[in-house]
Ligand binder design. Structure first.
Ligand code: HAM
Length: 428
């Protein structure tokens, strides 16, 4: 594509503007989230976009891709290391501890929405500034909460019009049982080292579970037949996972156990899950999350089990736009005016209609021709045009035209607002 030379400034790579009418899809995604999450007891929390770098290094894990190569980190003027948040969980945990929210009755549940930043290689569905809507629930370790949270996510996705998504779940164990699995996996991988990519060779000794998540075909091949984490769970984790599956079935949520699903963040314990869409190509996860029962304590808070997830707003918006009509709100009326007096009158009428919640626009140039104004109203897809000139003012009337079928009539100026907000609004 040839670049327009007149455009002097562009967004950085992997960063985008969200323009109308697509923004109305985003508003829907956000509004439905507020509505659905609030009836499950989630309240909004707005953590800052910058945090001390250490928070993410400790929270997400030093040996993760995010921390190793994807963070936007800089020094502020006082020489402190600051990072643009690559995700929301670490910040919410920090806020939970900093403000002693653990003193409130549990569970404490929060949701947040906003931009996240990761220096990834941009491609369809993967951006450097992207948006998440996330939830975090603190203080309960029962798998009932896991099931309820996943069911809420399902309900939410359904409410914004998405179906045919698959839920994959896994349990990656806890501090007690994971080391044993790690050992088994290392044993298995030791004979496959030649087949692994350079990234996986590095991961092999430091974070071997990540090898299972590698997308390089040779690594996928090499790890076929790797021991499944679910077979090495301790009795407590096994029971937790078993109950979770039962509760999900009781709630009617269809899922698949994927023992190879290891998430890209190190804080997870036990339950992990992802929601996938077959319509998105390589970046097919629309939502992901899991338990992180140790993180609050690791950050210096009291031992507090927790679980959460985040949805990727860009990916949801893509799916919704592929399905539905994405038209934004429609312009109700356009005041076409001729002459100074009519334009002045229209300003008052427009304001009264706006007070009643109607989107109306008006002509600001009294000298503009009626033809050009009608053309503009047409381009703006107005439902009605209200025509007011010197002649109408003299007669004390205003003409109106219904743009869909061309029907025209007039109404007394003194009755106009009542007429519009009565019969016409109901009709449209
Ligand atoms: P995550 O899997 O890193 O988890 O991200 C969650 C979702 O954010 C992904 O499934 C995807 O839809 C979206 N996403 C991630 N990276 C990008 C990107 N570069 N471009 C577009 N979308 C992206 C977390 O962030 C965890 N904090 C989730 C969580 C909350 N776990 C517990 N609580």
């Amino acid at each position: 594509m040839r670049k327009d030379k007149r455009v002097k400034y562009r967004t950085p790579k992997g960063v985008q503007d969200i323009l109308p009418p697509e923004v109305s899809v985003w508003q829907k995604i956000e509004n439905v989230a507020r509505r659905v999450f609030s009836v499950y007891g989630y309240q909004e929390i707005r953590p800052p976009i910058i945090e001390f770098t250490e928070l993410f290094v400790r929270g997400i894990g030093e040996e993760t891709d995010i921390v190793e190569k994807e963070m936007y980190t800089f020094q502020d003027r006082a020489g402190r290391s600051i990072t643009l948040r690559p995700e929301g969980t670490a910040s919410v945990v920090r806020a939970y501890i900093q403000h002693h929210l653990y003193n409130l009755p549990s569970p404490q549940r929060f949701y947040y929405m906003g931009p996240m930043f990761r220096y990834e290689r941009p491609q369809k569905g993967r951006y450097r500034q992207f948006h998440q809507i996330g939830v975090e629930c603190f203080g309960e370790d029962t798998p009932r909460v896991d099931a309820e949270l996943m069911h809420m996510l399902f309900r939410y996705l359904e409410a914004i019009g998405l179906r045919d998504l698959s839920f994959e779940i896994n349990s990656i164990g806890c501090r007690q049982c994971r080391p044993r699995y790690r050992e088994k996996l290392l044993q298995f991988l030791s004979s496959k080292r030649e087949q692994l990519c350079t990234d996986c060779l590095r991961r092999y000794s430091r974070n071997p579970l990540r090898v299972l998540d590698c997308k390089v075909p040779e690594c996928i091949e090499a790890t076929k037949g790797a021991p499944a984490v679910t077979e090495y769970l301790c009795a407590n984790c096994q029971e937790h996972f078993g109950s979770l599956k039962r509760y999900l079935e009781q709630l009617g949520l269809t899922f698949r156990v994927n023992p190879r699903m290891v998430r890209g963040l190190d804080y997870y314990t036990r339950t992990t899950f992802e929601v996938l869409s077959s319509e998105l190509g390589a970046q097919n996860a629309v939502a992901a999350g899991g338990r992180y029962d140790d993180l609050v304590e690791e950050f210096g808070g009291p031992p507090t089990p927790a679980i959460g997830f985040a949805v990727g707003v860009e990916r949801l918006a893509t799916l919704i736009m592929e399905r539905a009509d994405t038209e934004g709100p429609r312009l109700f009326g356009y005041f076409a005016t001729l002459g100074e007096r009519a334009t002045e009158e229209a300003m008052g009428l427009a304001s009264r209609l706006r007070d009643r919640g109607l989107w109306v626009e008006m002509n600001y140039r009294p000298e503009a021709s009626l033809k050009s104004q009608l053309r503009k109203a047409n381009r703006m897809k107005a439902m009605y045009v209200f025509i007011l000139g010197e002649e109408e003012i003299q007669k004390g009337v205003i003409r109106y035209k219904r743009m869909d079928d061309g029907f025209q009539s007039e109404v007394k100026l003194s009755d106009f607002v009542a007429f519009i907000t009565g019969s016409m609004v109901q009709e449209s």
